[in-house]
Design a protein around this ligand. Structure first.
Ligand code: CTP
Length: 434
């Protein structure tokens, strides 16, 4: 029996793919198709893949041409696969000529002529673009504009900000939010925390989908109201915390939920950055609170029994440093945030079997360790982190708009709980000062 293997992303399966699979199958008796996993593709820069791994696998299965489908997850896997499955022929399209000659040491390598005039990129290009407007004068705007260029399907509609914020002079800049919204299908908002809810509401009322930097609102009720309006208007409303979209962060959550460290009894997260106190209301709790609270609520849930917020406050109410301690029925949590105090920006999740340590700065890490009493069992995990998670966040936002399905990695209950804690900070509920 002659065994053939081929690999590809197979996004938005088209007849170029089908023709390749037909010819690959005809080379032998048994065809194995390796479909590239999302993460592996990200590391090769194919951020624009539109379909999930499962959707792509399903499309390949439906062709009826593959006798077996496997997932390609890591670099160097092809050699492993060729040995493991005792492959006779490796084949891919002619766009790869020469690239896989190194596999000739293991099996025959055949390059098949690529079908002219069609590609996944081409189909993606033709799909309607989302005109995205950017609102706010934070330096984050520039980062988001840069990152949106990696996401297929986004067209930059313009920016509503102070002129000097936007480095790329080819971008349309206005100081009129209404004007920006008129040019956009959706907006990314990073104005000032106290203005977020009003800016979000205006956009939703105009039928625009919104990605808003956290906190979306400074009270839980306002937060809920905004999500209700979004639903009524048929718009997407997503809270923006880029860390949620970092692969290392989301894999860590899965490990914790899968019981890797046993039952979780404590979550500790610290986020600080020394910056001159300013009056733009991005105080410590607003600038860092949402990021630091994210793992607490995503791991332990939003139903805590009690909390204590202790802040080092300036006269105008600006918190130079804040520590929030939570007590849950079966766990505790502590977050420390500061813009005028520096600390180790690490995260530790403690469980009955072991703990997870994420070194500083944990909110944009590509790495963490699972540690046990028996140190020989410790394990390190590495993941590629591109663009601090922002481009994956934008991708999830666009996909939600296109499909009408909520693709946010942050549950609405978590978003509301974050707004609730910040509300208590401003109302001085459960608060102490030092
Ligand atoms: N292929 C082909 N003819 C095409 C497109 C793809 O023969 N018109 C082949 C590729 O050479 C590869 C396999 O199909 O062996 C899977 O290709 P993939 O990279 O998934 O598809 P593309 O359409 O090339 O995707 P992209 O535009 O994102 O590069």
């Amino acid at each position: 029996m002659i065994k053939v293997i081929t690999y590809g992303t197979f996004d938005l399966l088209h007849y170029g793919h089908v023709r390749l699979l037909e010819r690959a199958k005809a080379l032998g008796d048994y065809l194995i198709v390796g479909v590239t996993a999302d993460d592996f593709d990200k590391s090769r820069g194919k951020i624009n893949v539109q379909q999930s791994l499962m959707e792509r696998v399903e499309a390949v299965r439906e062709t009826g041409l593959a006798d077996e489908i496997i997932i390609e997850e890591y670099e160097g896997q092809k050699i492993d696969d060729i040995r493991r499955y005792e492959i006779d022929i490796f084949t891919v399209g002619s766009d790869w000529v020469g690239k896989f000659d190194y596999l000739k040491a293991y099996c025959k390598v055949v390059y098949l002529d690529r079908t002219q005039g069609i590609s996944s990129s081409n189909i993606r290009e033709k799909k309607q673009k989302i005109r995205l407007g950017f609102m706010g004068s934070s330096p984050m705007i520039d980062k988001f504009i840069r990152e949106s260029r990696y996401v297929n399907g986004i067209e930059i509609a313009g920016v509503c900000a102070r002129k000097e914020i936007v480095k790329d002079k080819s971008i349309y800049v206005t100081d009129d939010y209404e004007e920006l919204m008129d040019r956009s299908d959706a907006v990314y908002i990073v104005s000032l925390p106290r203005q977020h809810d009003a800016d979000v509401l205006k956009a939703l009322q105009k039928g625009k989908s919104v990605l808003c930097e956290s906190p979306v609102a400074l009270s839980a009720a306002k937060n809920e109201e905004l999500f209700t309006v979004a639903r009524e208007q048929g718009c997407v409303l997503m809270e923006s915390i880029k860390t949620a979209y970092a692969t290392a962060y989301s894999r860590l959550l899965l490990l914790v939920k899968g019981g890797k460290i046993g039952a979780v009894y404590s979550v500790d997260a610290t986020c600080t950055s020394l910056q001159k106190p300013n009056s733009d209301s991005w105080n410590s709790i607003c600038a860092w609170g949402p990021t630091a609270l994210l793992p607490v609520f995503q791991i332990l849930g939003c139903e805590y029994r009690s909390k204590e917020i202790v802040s080092y406050l300036e006269k105008d109410g600006y918190d130079k440093f804040t520590r929030i301690s939570f007590v849950y029925d079966h766990a505790v949590a502590s977050v420390k945030v500061g813009k005028a105090v520096k600390s180790e920006g690490e995260r530790i999740i403690s469980g009955t079997k072991g703990y997870i340590y994420v070194p500083a700065p944990w909110w944009k890490t590509d790495y963490f360790e699972v540690r046990y009493e028996d140190q020989t069992q410790n394990k390190r995990y590495f993941y590629q982190l591109d663009g601090e998670g922002i481009r994956y966040e934008l991708l999830a936002f666009c996909k939600s708009i296109e499909t009408g399905k909520n693709g946010s990695y942050i549950e609405q209950s978590v978003s509301k709980a974050i707004s609730g804690v910040i509300e208590d900070f401003y109302r001085r509920t459960d608060c102490k000062e030092i």
